[in-house]
Every structure is written in structure tokens, then in C-alpha cells.
Design a protein around this ligand. Sequence first.
Ligand SMILES: [Zn+2]
Length: 319
Amino acid sequence: MFPVQRLRRNRTDERIRNLLAESSPDKSKMIMPVFVSEDATQPEPVSGMKGIFRYPVDMVGEYCSKLDNYGLGGILLFGVPSRKDEIGSESYNDKGVVQEAIRKIKVSSGIPVIADLCMCEYTSHGHCGILNGNYVDNDLTLDSYSKIALSYARAGVDIIAPSGMMDGQVSAIRNALDKSGFSRIPIMSYSSKYASSLYGPFREAAGSSPSFGDRRSYQMDYRNSREAIRENSADESEGADILMVKPAIFYLDVIYRSRQNTNLPIAAYSVSGEYSMIYNAVESGTLSKDFINESLTAPFRAGADILITYFAESYARDH
Ligand SMILES: [Zn+2]
């Protein structure tokens, strides 16, 4: 006779269920994306992302100190400058919007500050680098990325997150930081960033839609997952300290696969479209509120160490 395999799953005691849970959403592992706008005079709601605002530089310190009190793991900063040009020169201005915001946040709280590093918010054409004709000139763009990294470092950033997907961006930034005495600053690389329709609401928030063409020449094809492992290992060998998979919940296989292939921490970025989709489904009553927790748990279960999510603030406030 075969022995009966008892999984003893009929647990009703909530505390025992929690004790035995294999993974849980953890606010100290969550990062809240924060938009800071040079033109804003008060928090401006982002259309398409209910509950999300662009903050004026003068108010971002206070807002982040509130997030710090909630016990969040950190913030990921995006700048919306008032001035754009062909070469995105505001991105490396020491008095630019992100640089000023970093200083303000650092005097008001101890929350870890990660700054997104890209040029699409700063270029008049909305592409992630400097154009040569209709294409982004990869190597010319790397020089600008290094300048941005140094200006963030001088402002006091904790972690730099290059998101432009240029080849060689991690090593260019690493070398620039090391040469200037900033070797302690880690790089969180957007190593597996897919060309996804889920970025729509973000582009409105950050004012970063490309004026022509799209970003498929430098972002990944959503039909591919082995390619993510190649991107991850390229960034790892260039000196990335944290790898990222973006978006998150349609890419759990990529998170899982990445986890099997690296010992670096992995951050999953649940993007604006995921937030809006989940928020709207819950707000309309189509799905129950626990859908939010389910979506916040899945990336951790798949192997992520860190979750970047627009739900971080409300989750941390309520838990
Ligand atoms: Zn970009």
C-alpha cells in the first residue's frame, strides 16, 4: 500500500499561515518611484495613475521624509526638467532638478535615494541619448551618462540606476565614479528592460515620450527571455551591483530565470501600466483589494530581492 502524502494544507490559524509562508511582500524591500518637477508649484496629479503626483523640488524632502517614516526601503527618483534641448544638457547640470531634489531629500530624511539615470526626460526629441541622424549614438551618449552620474554623486545620491539601455553604460559609469572617488556608490542596472506598452502612464508623468520612432532599437523584445540572461551577464561583468527586470508581473519567468543565473540582488520594477491596471480593477470593484497584495507578492516569490512599485507608499502606510 502506498503511504498517503499529507501536505497538511488545511491551516486556518493566520499566524501559522504567516509563519509558514514562503514569501511575503516586505515594505523594507520596496522602493517608491518619485517624480520631481522643476515647474510644479504644488503636487500635480499624474493622469492615468491615480494617487501618484509630481512633486515640486521644495516639497519633495517633506514627502520623502513621510515615506521614510512608513519604513519603506527607498525611493527611485525621476526628474521632470523645465528646459529640454537636443543633447539633454540639463541632465548633468549640478543645479538640475534631480540634483537639487537629492540634496533636499538628504537633509530631511535618511531614506535611501536611488536616482534614475537617463536622458529621455531631458532631450527635446525624447530619446534616451544623443542622436546621430535618426539613431541614438551609443558611444557619444555614454560620455553624457558619465557626466550625469558624477553630478548625482556630488549631490549625495546613494545608488545610481542607469535606464537608457546603451551598450557599455554600466562600465562607463563605473569607471567615471571610481576615477572621481565615488567607488562606494553602487549601480542598479536596468539590465532586462523590455519594450513594453505598460510604460504609457509613466511617459505622461515624466514627459518623456519619443517625438518620433520608438525605443525598440535599444529595449528588449518581449518575445525573448534568454536574451535577458545575456543582458544580465553583460551588466554583471561590467560591474553592476544590482540587476533589474522591468516590467515585473508579466515577466515573472524572466525574474525566476535571472535568479537562477546570478548571485547579485535582483530588483523587479512593477511599472506604471501595471499599477494603473491593478488600481483600476480594484477601484471599480472588478477584483478584490487582495489582488494588490497578490501582485506585490508574486515578484518576491519568483526570486526578486527588491520590488519597485507605485503601491509602495500605500502598502507601507497600511502595514
Ligand atoms: Zn530613457
